[in-house]
Design a protein around this ligand. Structure first.
Ligand code: NAP
Length: 516
């Protein structure tokens, strides 16, 4: 039997009392490790995190907590090779795709380490200017942001075991709030290993960082009024979380990052083969194939002017045909596996559903697998679908197939294009391609209320833009409606979630003493 990963809770390591759930190599099919959270004292462990971890973190200044993040970056860098090995084995990703997760995690933590230095020797944030509440300003109101005395519970998705932890933990720890992470079971190994490495290095105070691997049973019941809960995953699980009794009873602050049917839009006036056209084609192919399309930000719908439907289908398909799929250990392979058999089946089912309203422009099933047994490996080639009747194809606007799948859709004019994009019901990101700065700005503004991020690609940023699907810590991550309504990252904005805002009403002398 494979090794059982330990949980870290209440300042100590614990084995679950059950037989555990096995994690597999999605390419070779062998069992890797097991996880189990049966019998853990969740209430006791959560209390330890709040009382010990929270108190120790809050005693530090932002600068000191930034230094802790800097020390974490060093630990993660020192163990990077081991993380790549775990990612290859457990996520089935090629090196470049593992980097999106692992190096993305390290970079994001580093950005928040630096932010700590700029926030300096304070232990709370001053929010705006004082406002006068009485004649001559003798009584005033000053807003403050203070770290919550609760803990932050992260329930994470399977596709980013490294980045998914640190993009949340870095702002939480910088805010002075302890973290308990529950990674998705299928890929929990990498998250657990990172927590273990940070623990072994003795970087953080006891109780500041805990990990529970296995079932989520009982986790939400252990939440208290000042805790915060950050969830990343499917819209279905998000709905369960939002309506959980403990969340409702204690007004636990919740952030949801859910699924999304993101768009790429080529504006009118761009000829086939033009710079903007080629940039769209390149980005669509990249988004479909990076991490085998298992990215919440991946492009799912591609909008082009009606006259360019054929040319776009041809250009995207030609590039997709060159994608080698299979065992990530083979250097010729560009796209590895889906994360599990369950995901492979879900993608196949999802494709069947989309095909009822779309034609196949490039068939992923025709890709032969390199160095991988199709009976075992959870690998599938990229599939481009298309529909010439996007108005009546409702499914294409509301179904996220979490794999290497996108749909090409033609539009009549700008208003039609923008209306079709909005049929996603709120997404994480839309990217817009063109060469007319005015038209690009107009489209970006029009789409902003429906998206957490609008990524604008013009030929002058061809080499510099950060990528449709790449989540940069400086920019907001999240989206309204369908995307969950959450907000993460966005530089210092991320700290808001872990702080409580309060207004102190007092004489100017008291406020001066407070903010001195
Ligand atoms: P999922 O099935 O919803 O699972 C997400 C997490 O919730 C896992 O840790 C899971 O644990 C846990 N969970 C399941 N049932 C639960 C319950 N009743 N109570 C509390 N926790 C529960 O999602 P997934 O399949 O891992 O991830 C894929 C989805 O995530 C995609 O739809 C993708 O779009 C979305 N996603 C969104 C973002 C974003 O930032 N917006 C990022 C990445 C992924 P177990 O694994 O143990 O079941």
């Amino acid at each position: 039997m494979s090794d059982l990963l330990l949980n870290h809770l209440g300042g100590a390591w614990h084995a679950g009392r059950g037989a555990g759930t096995a994690l597999f190599d999605p390419v070779l099919g062998n069992e890797l490790v097991r996880v189990d959270a049966t019998g853990l004292d969740l209430a006791g462990g959560f209390a330890f995190a709040r009382d010990q971890g929270g108190a120790a973190l809050r005693a530090l200044t932002y600068r000191q907590r930034g230094e802790l993040l800097g020390a974490i970056v060093k630990v993660l860098q020192a163990n990077r090779d081991a993380y790549y090995e775990i990612a290859t084995a457990n996520s089935g990703t090629v090196k470049n795709d593992s980097a999106v997760d692992i190096d993305g995690a390290i970079y994001t933590t580093g950005v928040y380490a630096k932010l700590g230095a700029t926030l300096g020797e304070r232990r709370f944030l001053v929010d705006g200017e004082a406002a006068s509440l009485a004649k001559d300003g003798v009584f005033q109101s000053q807003h403050l942001q203070v770290p919550t005395r609760g803990l932050s519970l992260f329930i994470n998705a399977f596709n980013f075991p490294a980045w998914g932890l640190w993009e949340k933990a870095a702002p939480a720890l910088l805010s002075g709030v302890p973290v308990v992470v529950k990674p998705a079971t299928a890929t929990a190994w990498l998250t657990q290993r990172m927590v273990k490495d940070v623990f072994d290095a003795g970087v953080l105070p006891a109780g500041a960082l805990s990990v529970v691997c296995g079932s989520s049973a009982g986790l939400l019941d252990a939440l208290q009024p000042l805790d915060v809960l950050s969830f990343t995953g499917s819209a279905d699980t998000a709905q369960l979380i939002r309506s959980h009794a403990a969340v409702a009873q204690h007004s636990v602050r919740v952030n949801i990052e859910a699924d999304s049917v993101n768009s790429a839009l080529l504006l009118e006036g761009e000829a086939p083969g033009s710079a903007a056209f080629e940039l769209l084609v390149k980005e669509v192919v990249r988004e479909m194939t990076v991490k085998s399309g298992q990215k919440c930000t991946a492009i799912r719908r591609v909008f082009v002017p009606e006259a360019l439907y054929g040319a776009a289908a041809e250009a995207i398909s030609a590039r997709l045909a060159k994608t080698t799929v299979g065992n990530p250990r083979n250097e010729t392979v560009r796209m590895g596996a889906l994360v599990s058999r369950t995901q492979l089946n879900a993608v196949r089912e999802g494709l069947k559903g989309l095909q009822q309203q779309a034609e196949v422009l490039h068939d992923g099933a025709r890709h032969a697998l390199v160095d991988a047994d199709p009976a075992v490996a959870c690998c599938v080639g990229p599939t481009l679908l298309g529909s010439r009747t996007p108005d009546s194809a409702a499914r294409l606007h509301d179904t996220e197939v979490f794999g290497p799948v996108a749909t090409l859709l033609p539009y009549r004019d700008a208003a039609h294009a923008l209306a079709l994009v909005r049929r996603g019901g709120g997404s994480l990101v839309a990217s817009v391609y063109g060469s007319d700065a005015g038209a690009l700005a107009t489209a970006a503004l029009d789409l902003a209320d429906h998206h957490g991020r609008v990524h604008v690609v013009s030929p002058d940023v061809a080499a510099a833009h950060s990528g449709h699907g790449n989540v940069m810590p400086q920019s907001l991550h999240g989206g309204p409606g369908r995307a969950g309504g959450g907000e993460e990252l966005g530089g210092a904005r991320a700290l808001n979630f872990y702080h409580r805002r309060a207004a102190v009403q007092a004489a100017p002398a008291v406020l001066a003493a407070l903010t001195a």
